[in-house]
Design a binder for this molecule. Structure first.
Ligand code: MG
Length: 256
């Protein structure tokens, strides 16, 4: 069931979104060569809890941390731990905050300085295309379109740029629950799925692979990696559908 949020609920979701984005920004600043992913996660969790919220992901279906941190061929759902971030790494950070009964959810991918320059150039392009594919989808987050119009716009932009979209994991409605209806795939033919209505809140989150779209899941039950070992990137915001322009609910003190 798709939930339509009232003005009060939307106000709380703006606050959850602001905390989510600022926690993502704080985590992004903590990403550098030599840091462990557990240290980055600690920064994220500290930001969220010190702003009166709780990390949405922690304990979600048993996930042990407040942030998903996925490096290089890891697409999503990487578990923070002892792994040290290295020069040239592609680090995807996914963060959610639960505030007064509502969730915000957002993700971005960061390129660590250093590494081989030709790799860095390709990875910068992967990250930029992934981010822009979100904004291509956002153009269709308006009354008059359907969910798969967003999906199609994301896929078309990604593939035009020579990359591929992950299929088994998708964006989602969000609100009182972190994952609500509808599903928001990053692929598909336009003109299908639920019609967008004012008061709907959804997460559009392209997961983009440099090579094949095929993925597999590690035996830890969480980490999703590319089948060919090439890098992947992720970008996500929480969006409110309005009568006019879509509103990003995950807005913080810096652009990501
Ligand atoms: Mg999400």
């Amino acid at each position: 069931m798709i939930t339509i949020k009232n003005d009060h609920e939307i106000a709380l979701m703006r606050e959850a979104g602001r905390i989510s984005k600022n926690a993502l920004i704080a985590g992004g600043h903590a990403i550098h060569a030599g840091a462990t992913t557990a240290e980055v996660n600690a920064v994220v969790e500290r930001y969220i809890t010190s702003h009166g919220a709780t990390p949405s992901f922690k304990g979600y279906q048993g996930f042990p941390a407040g942030a998903c941190i996925s490096i290089n061929d890891e697409v999503i759902h990487g578990i923070p731990g002892h792994r040290k971030i290295e020069p040239g790494d592609v680090v995807s950070l996914d963060v959610g905050a639960f505030y007064k009964g509502f969730h915000g959810d957002n993700a971005a991918t960061f390129l660590v300085d250093g590494g081989r320059e030709e790799d860095a150039e390709a990875n910068r392009r992967l990250i930029a295309v992934t981010r822009q594919s979100f904004y291509e989808g956002l153009k269709f987050c308006r009354v008059g379109y359907r969910i798969s119009d967003i999906s199609h716009a994301v896929q078309e932009y990604v593939e035009k740029n020579g990359f591929s979209v992950v299929r088994p994991f998708v964006g989602h409605g969000i609100g009182h629950d972190m994952h609500e209806d509808p599903e928001v795939p990053n692929y598909g033919r336009p003109g299908h799925g639920p019609r967008l209505e004012p008061g709907m809140t959804i997460c559009v989150e392209p997961m983009v692979n440099m090579g094949t779209h095929h993925i597999r899941q590690l035996s830890d039950g969480w980490t999703v990696i590319t089948e060919d070992g090439l890098p992947a990137a992720h970008y996500e915001n929480t969006i409110l559908i309005t009568e006019g322009e879509p509103e990003l609910l995950t807005v913080g003190d810096e652009e990501l």
